[in-house]
Design a protein. Sequence first.
Length: 393
Amino acid sequence: MGDYRIAILPGDGTGREVAIEASKILNTISDKTNIGFDLTEIACGGQLYKETGKEWAEGSFEFCRDESDAIFLGAIGHPGAFLPNGDLAGGSVILGLRSGLDLYANVRPVKLFNGVMHKVHGKFRQIWEPEMVDMTILRENTEGLYHSLLKRASNRAQGLEDYVVPEVEFPDLQGEVVYDPRPISSHGTERLVRMGFEIAKTRNGAPSDGVSRVSCIDKSNVTRGCQLFRRTFDQVASNYTGISTDYGYIDAFTQWLTRTPEHYDVVVTSNMFGDIATDLAAVLQGGMGMAGSGNIGDDHAFFEPVHGSSPKYAGMNKVNPIASINSVQMMMDWLGRKNGSQELLDVASSIETCVAQHLAEGKYLTYDLGGDSSCSQVGDMITQRLAKTLSEN
Ligand code: IPM
Ligand code: MG
């Protein structure tokens, strides 16, 4: 038995390929350090649902909750795979875990490494230049516009009764009317924003001026929920006097994010805004193939690349595994902080260094970064580099 139990959920499409690369990294850490990982793979997703009528085997949610220290998820989403109620097949996994394990912050770092092309202006950051893009976006992960879908998915994952959206009438509207509530709570906002400020304390500030800054992104000129979000943000911010704050409306933010990303250090926002903004932000770090993430709560967490299952590349050993390797890096950092283990924190920084060196060298890159290496080749090269680094430490 290893020291840490990791559930590996490959899921659908290219998620299955990148999960192999994530597992290689974990196994290398087990081989080369005193840290042990005991990996358990759980089949899941939309394709499995299509084949078997189940999104994952019974007891899988409980296994993730009670018998794992951290979870890695490849990707969920298979073409045409929907449940009879119209919800995404595989939703029990990704959304069921987010809501059922109360993983209230979706933490999505956006960093442009040396050697990676910025996909808007096509420039590479040179080693002597200051960072252009290095921010962390926190997306609220349990409420907002996803709330009812999250509740349905987590109730299903736990075998609970179906969640029914409260009835609301819109007598002024005509024809069929469908309604997704967007509840935002002070509790949900407060804990998200607090995590944002805590993360800001661990970073070096915004690339442009080195100022530690948390930006509140909302649409408080329009929605009541966003007004509560901003009010709660201000209350939390008053406890963090050393960190500066600013505000933006989500529409304007998409523009500033693209034009002057170097201004941003930590960004906090609501669920759907964060979903959309982080796909855009991935363009600033070389594309979705680079974007890792952590779905983080107080007791549990799962880590996943932000990219989906990319069905058109599935089975081709083609996609970039670095988003997944960066997600494993985040897993090591989270486990290290949670368990007070300096060794895990050191492993996390070794992974980051190895990814940075690999990219700066630029010899083995997947198609999205302009190379012709395969997914497994890039995974092997980074794994070998990590093995060497860990043996030397
Ligand atoms: C993401 C994805 C998911 C989401 C989908 C697969 C349900 O787009 O993690 O960003 O909408 O949250
Ligand atoms: Mg998304």
